[in-house]
Design a protein around this ligand. Structure first.
Ligand SMILES: NC(=O)c1ccc[n+]([C@@H]2O[C@H](COP(=O)([O-])OP(=O)(O)OC[C@H]3O[C@@H](n4cnc5c(N)ncnc54)[C@H](O)[C@@H]3O)[C@@H](O)[C@H]2O)c1
Ligand SMILES: [Zn+2]
Length: 338
């Protein structure tokens, strides 16, 4: 078992283990009220029906199951769960547990952050992506018709409990999505020596340690936290252009190729860095090619959250392999790539 502390304004512990007993022990200490809402999705509920409930003896558990998939991060589900909490008499003494991947995590955390101006939240991520990334850091979100993650808050959980045992049932394509974000960590912290040959507690710990350190210094993303967006400027544009048919983690992996390409002209970073990266990703089974038109991608970047002024923020890798946040004029992006 490993654990780490995230030193945001309200500090919390992340536990990484492979035993459910550890969860029962830790969580029962944290939960004070009588009511617990478990927010999960149809796939996770199908596989792990009463896994969480069984470990919460003496509590009244109300379960909210949303259909699996990104579409569930919507206003309707958000309101449905809020009203469900109110109907069941939840107060600020009670607890919300998110049990699932990033979708359930983002939606459930947004519910927890806004119900009665904030109710206790415990995150139990079940996908690799949510274990190494989305469950820590306090970004909550739902999607609006105009776009993804347009509505949300910063709200830290009281605890994050990661059980690597849940990964046994995760489909291979979802594992690859998590690996996309893991590849990102390898670039923004070369000292961490992340070994991707084995997905285990150690790998998850190393990724989260990087994230926790960054988030502790810049909770609301005014500076250093932007490093976590490595690969995301083009990644988000690819995601949008694919109409979200290419999953987030894979888009990030593709976006990293663009970030490295730009780094070559901007910083003189060796082309070998990109070539090695492509080889690593392909060996993992991640397709990092991108057929989309560059002009279309850039026009999507121009309406993204990462745009600032006449430019867009990019995380690049300099010739000494250090990550740097750089603002590049929209009109100049193309010149760095072609
Ligand atoms: N808040 C953040 O900081 C942050 C960071 C990155 C991504 N995100 C968000 O996370 C979401 C993507 O998360 P995701 O990749 O976990 O997707 P997801 O939550 O949709 O899960 C992927 C699929 O795996 C299934 N699943 C989950 N756990 C399983 C298990 N143990 N066994 C079998 N199947 C399982 C789910 O039902 C779903 O079909 C996106 O909405 C993205 O915007 C948020
Ligand atoms: Zn991401």
């Amino acid at each position: 078992m490993k654990s780490l502390r995230v030193k945001t304004q309200s500090e919390y512990e992340v536990t990484i283990t492979d035993s459910l007993a550890a969860f029962t022990e830790k969580v029962s200490l944290l939960i004070k009220g009588d009511l617990v809402a478990v927010i999960t999705d149809s796939n996770v509920d199908g596989i792990y029906k009463n896994e969480i409930e069984n470990s919460l003896t003496g509590k009244k558990v109300i379960k909210f199951v949303v259909p699996a998939g990104e579409e569930s991060k919507n206003v309707e589900n958000y309101l449905k769960i809020l009203n469900g909490l109110a109907d069941n008499g939840f107060t600020r003494e009670d607890t919300v547990i998110t049990f699932g991947g990033g979708v359930v995590g983002d939606l459930g955390a947004f519910v927890a952050s806004t119900y009665m101006r904030g109710i206790k939240l415990i995150a139990v991520p079940t996908t690799l992506l949510s274990m190494v990334d989305s469950s820590v850091g306090g970004k909550t979100a739902i999607n609006l018709e105009k776009g993804k993650n347009l509505c949300g808050t910063f709200y830290q959980p009281s605890a994050v409990y990661i059980n690597t045992g849940f990964l046994k049932t995760l489909p291979k394509k979802e594992v690859l999505c998590g690996l996309g974000e893991i590849l990102k960590y390898r670039f923004i912290s070369k000292d961490a020596k992340i070994d991707i040959s084995k997905i285990d507690e150690d790998l998850i710990y190393k990724c989260l340690k990087i994230k926790a350190d960054i988030v502790s210094k810049d909770e609301k993303e005014s500076g250093k936290r932007k490093l976590l967006n490595f690969g995301h400027t083009f990644g988000h544009a690819i995601e949008k252009l694919s109409h979200f048919t290419i999953p987030h983690g894979i888009c990030v992996a593709k976006g990293i190729v663009y970030a490295l390409k730009i780094s070559e002209k901007y910083f003189g970073t060796s082309e070998k860095v990109r070539k090695d990266y492509i080889l690593t990703a392909e060996n993992l089974g991640i397709d990092v090619s991108c057929e989309y038109d560059l002009n279309e991608l850039i026009s999507l970047i121009s309406i993204d959250k990462k745009r600032s002024g006449k430019g867009a923020d990019f995380v690049l890798i300099d010739d000494k392999f250090r990550p740097e946040i750089v603002n590049i004029l929209l009109s100049e992006i193309k010149g760095y790539i072609l």
